[in-house]
Ligand binder design. Structure first.
Ligand code: AMP
Length: 135
């Protein structure tokens, strides 16, 4: 059975898209730790990040870097924190989370509740920054 992220890649369920190329997709986490919390996934379904082949693994981090730089232009923060868990969705993904303290990337804390309009606004602004950077 395809993962929920593969269903997003296939357009079967919606997402707040940030960026994509032929290999990867970035979209807002639906239960964010912070505004701008973004997930980067490979379009080809694979569960464990460290099972990705070396070339694609390198490309995924480069893609994540470009996305992170766009996120931090939109969401004021000290830096973009990175996390890899994969305990909930068995489809490799990198969490990009705007942080000002270690607490901001504590996955056990309550998640933010954002309206559809807030998600759309954030995604639109981050996509704009990503495009401006000439991606
Ligand atoms: P983990 O697998 O533990 O890294 O967590 C999976 C993450 O995916 C969680 O932060 C969820 O909020 C997020 N998530 C699950 N389903 C969706 C979805 N349909 N759209 C966006 N984010 C999702």
């Amino acid at each position: 059975m395809p993962s929920i992220f593969t269903r997003i890649v296939n357009g079967e369920i919606p997402c707040y898209k940030i960026a994509e190329d032929d290999q990867f997709l970035a979209f807002l986490d639906i239960n964010p730790l912070a505004k701008g919390h973004t997930l980067v996934i490979p379009k080809k379904e694979i569960d464990y990040l460290f099972d990705i082949d070396d070339d694609q693994y390198r490309d995924m981090w480069l893609f994540s870097k470009k996305v992170a730089l766009a996120v931090e232009k939109v969401v004021p923060c000290q830096r973009i924190g990175i996390a890899v868990l994969g305990l909930e969705v068995p489809h490799a993904h990198i969490h990009l989370v705007p942080i000002n303290s270690v607490y901001d990337i504590d996955f056990s804390k309550p998640k933010l509740k954002l309206s559809q309009e807030e998600f759309q606004l954030l995604a639109g602004r981050i996509t704009g920054e990503y495009a401006k950077a000439g991606q």
